[in-house]
Design a protein around this ligand. Structure first.
Ligand SMILES: O=P(O)(O)OC[C@H]1O[C@H](OP(=O)(O)OP(=O)(O)O)[C@H](O)[C@@H]1O
Ligand SMILES: O=c1[nH]c(=O)c2nc[nH]c2[nH]1
Length: 193
């Protein structure tokens, strides 16, 4: 998606440790009109799939998924929680995920009420790096007997390999911008064409 690549060039900054900071529009301050156009792009890509639920993971996937859901017949958006809470009751599907930005392992939890056998799920998230978050969500879907119909990502860092691993495993991964390389010294960012 050219618009997203341009925004990354304009407002993104490259930090040491393979971190691309795009919090001016994607995952701190949120440009909801951009999110809407991202949702439209995913809807076009996954037009031949039957999708009845969108699954994401807190925190940064939530806003994007909620806006994108408007392009999927207002499919319910479920987000996996990264902490136990007195608000989480009943049976749960759980796994653990190593968080890229927080650099620690989190439990990842979805109530059995909201992910069911027979669900046709689209996974959405802001970033795909090593693929840990998505593998956690895929595990939850597998445990629930739900089918992963596809994966929509705003920014994939292609050089970290998570996206290509998922494609090799047979998943339809639609990343709207794929960063092939980025240099914290010069700030240069190259996209996969
Ligand atoms: O492919 P991966 O290596 O798993 O990286 C991608 C994940 O990293 C971020 O989550 P993180 O927990 O770092 O931050 P967040 O709480 O802002 O979503 C991002 O939102 C993705 O969920
Ligand atoms: O803001 C972010 N920048 C990143 O480079 C990244 N990788 C995973 N998750 C991320 N979030």
């Amino acid at each position: 998606m050219k618009e997203l690549e341009e925004r990354i060039r304009l407002q993104g900054t490259v930090k040491p440790g393979n971190v691309l900071k795009v919090d001016a529009f994607l995952n701190h301050q949120c440009d909801v009109e951009l999110f809407d156009r991202m949702g439209a792009a995913w809807a076009e890509h996954f037009a031949d799939k039957t999708i009845n639920k969108i699954l994401t993971i807190e925190a940064s996937g939530i806003g994007i998924a909620c806006v994108a859901a408007r392009h999927f017949d207002n499919a319910p958006v479920v987000f996996a929680k990264k902490a136990q809470s007195i608000n989480l009751d009943g049976d749960q599907y759980t796994t653990t995920v190593y968080s890229f930005t927080k650099q620690k392992e989190f439990p990842v939890i979805v109530s059995k009420r909201y992910l069911n056998e027979g669900d046709h799920v689209l996974l959405l998230d802001d970033f795909l790096a090593n693929g840990k978050a998505l593998k956690g969500l895929i595990n939850l879907c597998h445990d629930a007997g739900a089918t992963v119909e596809g994966i929509g990502i705003a920014v994939e860092k292609g050089f970290q390999g998570g996206g290509d691993e998922l494609r090799a495993a047979g998943y339809d991964v639609d990343s709207l911008a794929i960063v092939e390389s980025m240099d914290p010294e010069t700030g240069a960012i190259e996209f996969r064409s």
